[in-house]
Design a protein around this ligand. Structure first.
Ligand code: FDP
Length: 284
């Protein structure tokens, strides 16, 4: 199978698994005793989504490695591309019935790898409807997923020219002074409105829709921020850049950040080019 076919099969598999993940959410709101490798309590829903995706993505011929945010080590599944999956991003949003997502990055290199090795990335958003955004070869397509089938609703998706929204994570008193000054500048811009839900995929999808900036910055208490490079930063950076926007760890594209560990974290800033340029100016 050629690379493009494998990437498409990965996307197809994530889409076809989405209805099961979604249907299982109501009955799986309880926490398990386990913690994920980042020290967070796992929900039964994370475990279920992880098991389904490992089994199905690992079975694709042409996928050689499966890594999940939920488990310590990557699993060898044969020869081929590596997939990094966050089975249920934003799972603390299950209790209040807020949005959540499933993220996949397809790397043409063993993990951990830089985002420059990505050959495709996608996410499913479990909102009022189930949608999927997928980027490959510099193009982003948005789909509606019904009964596990994808139907393209926006092709060659690009960020709107006029940014409209912003959303920043982390405790405000924990923001470094430079980021706090940037946030103040953004807040005082009358053309921008706050839209923050606390579920990264929901928040990033708003940026893809309306244009603007999403950040989960470095914190005084956590200079690496909260989000994980392999599973979150790289895939969303790849998608936003393919849509004509920018991503940054504060200094450089997220795709240029050298990974130190499979579960390593990174400050994440993604969005409209001008707003990320201004962020880098403010931080440096
Ligand atoms: P969650 O802890 O609910 O899984 O990385 C996971 C994530 O959610 C992101 O989806 C979200 O942007 C961020 O963490 C929210 O973090 P806070 O707990 O600091 O609000």
């Amino acid at each position: 199978m050629d690379r493009a076919t494998v990437v498409d099969e990965v996307f197809e598999t994530v889409a076809s698994t989405a209805p099961e993940v979604r249907a299982a959410l109501p009955g799986r709101r309880t926490e398990t005793e386990d913690q994920n490798p980042s020290g967070e309590l796992r929900l039964a829903a994370d475990d279920y989504a992880d098991e389904l995706l490992e089994e199905r993505l690992g079975a694709i011929s042409g996928v050689g490695q499966y890594a999940s945010e939920e488990t310590q080590e990557a699993v060898d599944t044969g020869e081929g591309l590596a997939v990094a999956v966050d089975p249920l991003d934003g799972s603390s949003n299950l209790k209040p019935n807020n949005t959540m997502g499933t993220i996949v990055g397809v790397y043409d290199a063993p993990l951990p790898a830089t985002g420059r090795e990505l050959v495709g990335a996608a996410y499913v958003l479990y909102g009022p409807i189930t949608t999927m955004a997928a980027a490959v070869e510099g193009e982003v397509t948005e789909y509606v997923v019904t009964d596990g089938e994808r139907e393209a609703v926006r092709e060659e998706l690009t960020l709107p020219d006029e940014p409209a929204i912003y959303g920043f994570g982390g405790r405000v008193p924990d923001w470094p002074d430079e980021f706090a000054a940037y946030a103040e500048e953004i807040e005082s811009d009358e053309s921008l409105r706050l839209r923050y839900g606390g579920s990264m995929i929901g928040d990033v999808n708003q940026i893809l829709t309306y244009g603007g900036v999403f950040a989960y910055p470095a914190l005084e208490s956590a200079p690496e921020g909260k989000l994980r490079l392999q599973f979150e930063g790289n895939p969303v950076g790849y998608i936003v850049e393919a849509a004509g926007g920018r991503s940054s760890d504060g200094e450089r594209s997220l795709l240029d950040v050298e990974p130190d560990d499979l579960h390593g974290r990174v400050p994440v800033h993604v969005g409209s080019t001008g707003l990320i340029d201004r962020l880098e100016d403010a931080l440096n």
